[in-house]
Design a protein around this ligand. Structure first.
Ligand code: UDP
Length: 431
């Protein structure tokens, strides 16, 4: 009988089981959990390694049949920002080695985000297996949007890009950025989009969906009519405030509500800021909040909305927009990053060229005023999003893995000579 392929996944700074839509958990967590499950479905054995961030986290948990999650001791067992986790990379790497020493070897390593990539480099050298990395967000991209990032992060990303056997970007825009800004070797950068679960995210009876949302999340008041939906972490770069400012400028349906879904009790300050802004704009009775919801509720929420608004400063892919469109709801989003490639302007949603409330108000107004247009776009959106099915994304990821496994000996030599200095030297060099 053929031995099952074994994959080690590094997800150091955040767990795939963390609640998406809260401070430190979003698209990457969803992606790691979903990809692990889909790879296990096609016969791979998948072990995901994350840093233990709470004392009572079990050593091993099941993610799905064939996919496990290991909580590895590295630094204090509390939530830490990624940059602080950078100081515990060597500890994390040794922790993984200790766990793995008692088990069968892996065929390949797939790391997510730069902190994980630093451990991935070291482990791939020790185990002599290929290393694939995805960044999900890049420090240099954030800098373009005036969000300065610590030099240690950029140096860490550069090292990971120089040493990984393959780098996967979610869009051709990310690929161009990796090559242009980080001097990645173009032959090693592949584009594979993120996947979505079409069994969950698809059009279905809107009345039924609304009834379920009304019962589960009465705070939103969905029975009063379709609202403008924002789903995501409550951080400034996501731009929920921009929608609050846009609300009084919407003329066609002046009573439409804005539903802000995301965050948890740690985000009370941000929510208070948004509430104060709503009062200032005279729309406090139209802005409704609920904490991050379980993903199983999201398809009904998307279907209940008139539009899903994604006014982000940047999205490397932007799962929320794709999930909404797959559920049959048009997206209105900033023309940046992944959003500019997943949304076909005028067909599946509307792209807004600058992050000003006026532009978002006018785009949302256009859709609110014309139900037939909204429905046409919803139908077209759901049809277009089928390209992001997990079945096809898993196949593409496996293609990257299989190519590397077949050229293993060639890349082994390069791996040996790449970045021989310990990871701590990065910290010193960047400080
Ligand atoms: N999400 C969720 N519940 C919420 C809010 C968000 O499950 O209440 C999920 C959402 O479905 C999506 C992910 O969090 O899959 C956010 O991914 P996206 O790429 O839009 O943004 P990121 O958080 O990665 O910046």
């Amino acid at each position: 009988m053929l031995r099952r392929r074994r994959l080690a996944v590094m997800s150091t700074h955040t767990s795939p089981l963390a609640r998406a839509g809260t401070t430190k958990a979003g698209g990457m967590n969803v992606y790691v959990a979903d990809l692990s499950r889909h790879l296990a479905d096609v016969g791979w054995e998948v072990d995901v390694f994350t840093r233990r961030d709470r004392i009572d986290a079990p050593d091993v948990e099941e993610l799905a049949p064939g996919a496990r999650l290991f909580n590895v001791d590295a630094g204090p067992p509390v939530g830490l920002p990624p940059i602080e986790i950078g100081a515990h990379v060597s500890e994390f790497t040794s922790g993984v080695e200790q766990i793995v020493a008692r088990r069968e070897p892996y065929d390949l390593i797939h790391s997510h985000y730069w902190v994980a990539g630093l451990s991935g480099i070291e482990l791939s050298r020790q185990w002599q297996v290929p290393h694939v990395v995805m960044f999900h967000t890049l420090g240099a991209v954030k800098e373009v949007f005036q969000q300065p990032e610590p030099p240690f992060r950029i140096a860490g990303e550069r090292r990971v890009i120089a040493c990984a056997d393959a780098v996967i970007g979610a869009t051709s825009h990310e690929r161009a950025f990796l090559i242009g800004q980080y001097q990645a070797d173009a032959s090693r950068v592949q584009v594979v989009p993120c996947g979505i679960d079409l069994d969950s995210f698809h059009p279905a009876g809107v009345d039924e969906s609304r009834r379920r949302v009304a019962a589960a999340l009465p705070e939103l008041g969905v029975e009063n009519g379709p609202g403008i939906l924002f789903v995501g972490r409550l951080e400034q770069a996501k731009g929920a405030d921009l929608l609050v400012r846009a609300l009084p400028l919407i003329e066609s349906q002046p009573s439409t509500s804005l539903w802000i879904v995301g965050g948890d009790e740690r985000d009370e300050d941000e929510r208070a800021r948004l509430r104060a802004l709503a009062v200032e704009c005279g729309v406090e009775h139209r802005v409704k909040f609920v904490n991050a919801v379980d993903r199983r509720r999201l398809p009904d929420l998307y279907r209940s909305a008139a539009v899903c608004a994604v006014p982000s400063a940047y999205e490397s892919f932007g799962l929320v927009a794709v999930e909404a469109m797959a559920s049959g709801t048009p997206a209105v989003a900033t023309r940046v990053g992944g959003l500019a490639s997943t949304i076909t302007h005028g067909k599946t949603g509307l792209l807004v060229g600058n992050r000003q409330p006026e532009g978002f108000a006018s785009a949302i107004d256009q859709l609110l005023a014309d139900e037939a247009l909204r429905q046409r776009m919803g139908v077209a959106a759901a049809a277009e999003m089928t390209v992001f099915s997990w079945r096809s994304v898993t196949r593409s990821i496996l293609g990257v893995y299989e190519d590397l496994l077949s050229e293993r000996d060639i890349s082994g030599a390069q791996r040996e000579s790449c970045c021989p200095d310990p990871v701590e030297s990065l910290l010193v060099a960047a400080s």
